[in-house]
Design a binder for this molecule. Structure first.
Ligand code: SF4
Ligand code: SF4
Length: 405
């Protein structure tokens, strides 16, 4: 859609959104903000998603936190092209919501990526262990397609790849290939949260994958190794999609010090090998801010200071590097990286349901750490691991119905 046409279209569709915003718990935006954006509409930055040849905006939408279809519609009207979901978001309700939106849109007006949660993972070792887990994965994706109301998705991801062996795990490799040859997805990719450089290089080396979705943000400790791995995969023709750009969203557990989210996205897009950033925008304001920032991707001095890029002692905030260095130091072998992800989802993203679910994967006992007099773990970013584990472990005792859906 041409820019002028898009402005006119937005003017109309945002009138609908403004009305929706009057409802409590629906998209939260003031009419002033809408007016500001209508006059300040910017062109989007487009990049090509590797060998797929797809040209998409530098910002894409992660939908896990969204339960209002109007926000998805607004994003589409603003020109956002790629949306990601998963069969485990909201126990399938996220796919149903997206399906409702997609029904009234032409199939070529959006790109949808999905995934499920593979079973049989040894998270600590970063490998897949159960060849039979393919059956459940296939079933989940088939069910997800029905909920989306689609015959095929544009991108199917295999999540949680980590060590090289996980990417080359034959049953999943063949499963992903089959989805593509059966026409149930146009493209396939992997996602990675831990051992990311290794997983990215391995995805390129398979010669099968079209893209990688990876954690990548201004808090990344091994940034030069990550940049090298990203360049390696991009040179092999893979599209690179960044996630976790906001590194938890807050500097503090109390959520009094938000991280400058504009700056975090710009930081990722400074790397021209990254095609797009998956942003979990859950309000109209966030969507509008993201659209607006594409007008100028250069980080200002203030934004660099906001991210503490020039500071020698950077605050790690809530972001765990998922480096697993702590695990062998713990006599109980706790899956600390997963617990720390849960901590970030709870305090950073304020998503207690997802935090509790994630905590469940770590399988820590009730009253963890009681067997130790003190914790000697030397964490890469200096976290007080014991305090954090004992804090977040309380979530296991809270019934789901008390947790915001
Ligand atoms: S205090 Fe907890 S995290 Fe630390 S070493 Fe002991 S069991 Fe592991
Ligand atoms: S808690 Fe610390 S050592 Fe453990 S994975 Fe996170 S950053 Fe690494």
């Amino acid at each position: 859609m041409e820019t002028n046409q898009r402005r006119e279209f937005l003017k109309k569709s945002l009138l609908g959104i403004s009305a929706a915003c009057l409802l409590p718990g629906v998209v939260n935006a003031s009419t002033d903000m809408v007016a500001f954006q209508l006059s300040g509409q910017q062109d989007l930055v487009y990049r090509t998603l590797g060998k797929t040849g797809l040209k998409i905006p530098g910002i894409s939408m992660g939908t896990s936190n969204i339960n209002n279809p109007n926000l998805i519609r607004a994003a589409m009207d603003y020109g956002i092209k790629l949306f990601t979901t998963s069969s485990y978001y909201g126990e399938g309700n996220n796919e149903l919501m997206l399906g409702e939106v997609f029904r009234s849109r032409s199939r070529d007006s959006f790109l949808i990526a999905t995934s499920s949660r593979p079973e049989g993972m040894d998270r600590q070792a970063g490998i897949f262990t159960d060849p039979n887990a393919v059956y459940k994965y296939v079933e989940d994706i088939e069910e997800g397609l029905k909920r989306l109301g689609l015959n095929y998705v544009d991108i199917l991801f295999l999540p949680f790849t980590a060590k090289r062996e996980s990417v080359f795990f034959e049953p999943f490799l063949r499963m992903m290939e089959n989805f593509k040859t059966q026409g149930k997805t146009r493209f396939i990719g992997t996602t990675t949260h831990s051992f990311c450089e290794e997983a990215i290089r391995a995805a390129a080396d398979t010669g099968l994958y079209d893209m990688v979705l990876t954690s990548y943000n201004f808090q990344t400790e091994n940034v030069s190794e990550m940049n090298d791995a990203i360049a390696y995969a991009a040179n092999a023709g893979l599209g690179i999609i960044g996630m976790k750009s906001q590194a938890g969203g807050f500097w503090d557990r109390e959520r009094t010090k938000p991280i400058n989210s504009r700056a975090t996205i710009k930081w990722v897009l400074q790397n021209e090998n990254v095609t797009t950033v998956l942003s979990g925008m859950s309000t109209l304001e966030q969507l509008q801010q993201n659209i607006a920032l594409m007008a100028n991707l250069k980080l200002t001095e203030q934004e660099m200071n906001d991210l503490q890029l020039t500071s020698a002692n950077r605050n790690p905030g809530l972001y765990c590097q998922q480096c697993s260095r702590c695990i062998p130091q713990c006599p109980n072998n706790y899956d600390i990286p997963t617990v720390m992800r849960s901590y970030m989802y709870a305090y950073g993203y304020n998503d207690l349901r997802y935090a509790k679910k994630t905590l469940g994967y770590a399988k820590i006992p009730a009253n963890p750490c009681n067997s130790c007099d003190k914790c000697n773990i030397d964490c890469t970013v200096g976290f007080d691991v014991r305090t954090k584990i004992q804090d977040i472990a309380r979530l296991n005792d809270v019934p789901n119905e008390f947790l915001r859906a």
